[in-house]
Design a protein around this ligand. Structure first.
Ligand code: GLN
Length: 260
């Protein structure tokens, strides 16, 4: 009987000690707010860092408009920003499955994605444009019929091109960079891609130009899991503040010099 009591006491001690330890260790990735609620410390943003000037590498650091805006959002939320660089078409499923807190990648709001995730307030406009070789016989959008079109897989550029010109005419690449390589080596006749990365690719590569006629206009926003309404509210509040106080524009101006 005595032994049983002792054992029981030891077991009780163990439970207590473990309980205390568990309480402490939760400080690793969660912290307690003033109001006693638990808050996660890291805000994990999924992106595809091959999309200048929104996200790209400067050395081994991911920089760009999205990276900087996300850092300010995280700061407002009292969280640490962590950026995961993944394939573009893995971002929406990853956010949907809760692997990442948010997806920010110059990402266009469209119906297909809205079935899987929610989007914040839009923070930028995107324009789909067409890159061709300088001596191309493609002069306007109307000349695209029957041409070989390159685009980045999973992007709206690739989706629209397949709808408008037939899937058999569209070659998709893992990145915009590779699509532009495809154009340079003559595998495709043009590349449909967002305006800002298009400008970056054209300035980095000789002999390319952007058609003056725009292909499509769209809104960029941040993707968040449908069930994560708490984060959605917080991010929207932070983002709307950054839009209202001009801080977001300041970041945009740092990366994009307007031609006007
Ligand atoms: N805006 C395009 C889209 O959302 C491309 C984004 C990207 O390549 N990062 O599909």
């Amino acid at each position: 009987m005595k032994i049983m009591k002792k054992l029981l006491a030891v077991a009780l001690m163990l439970v207590l000690v473990l309980g205390v330890m568990a309480g402490c260790s939760s400080g690793n990735d969660e912290k307690t707010n003033d109001d006693g609620t638990q808050q996660k410390e890291t805000l994990v943003m999924a992106t595809n860092a091959q999309f200048p000037p929104y996200e790209y590498y400067d050395g081994d650091k991911i920089v760009g408009i999205d990276a900087e805006v996300a850092a300010l959002i995280a700061e407002k939320l009292g969280m640490e920003l962590e950026i995961a660089d993944i394939e573009f078409d893995s971002i929406v499923p990853g956010v949907q499955q809760g692997k990442y807190d948010m997806g920010m990648a110059g990402m266009t709001v469209n119906d297909e994605r809205l079935e899987q995730v929610n989007f914040t307030t839009s923070y930028a406009k995107g324009v789909q444009v067409v890159i061709v070789k300088e001596d191309s016989d493609i002069k306007t959008i109307d000349d695209l019929t029957g041409k070989k079109i390159g685009a980045q897989q999973g992007t709206t550029g690739a989706i629209y091109a397949a709808e408008d010109y037939g899937e058999e005419n569209v070659t998709t690449y893992a990145s915009g960079n590779l699509a532009v390589e495809g154009l340079k080596t003559g595998k495709v006749d043009c590349v449909i891609i967002d305006n800002e990365p298009a400008k970056a690719y054209v300035s980095e590569n000789e002999g390319l130009k952007i058609l003056e006629t725009e292909y499509a206009n769209e809104d960029y926003a941040i993707a968040i899991a449908k069930d994560n309404t708490e984060l959605m509210d917080k991010v929207n509040t932070a983002l709307e503040e950054l839009i209202a106080n001009g801080e977001l524009q300041k970041i945009v101006d740092k990366y994009i010099t307007s031609e006007e």
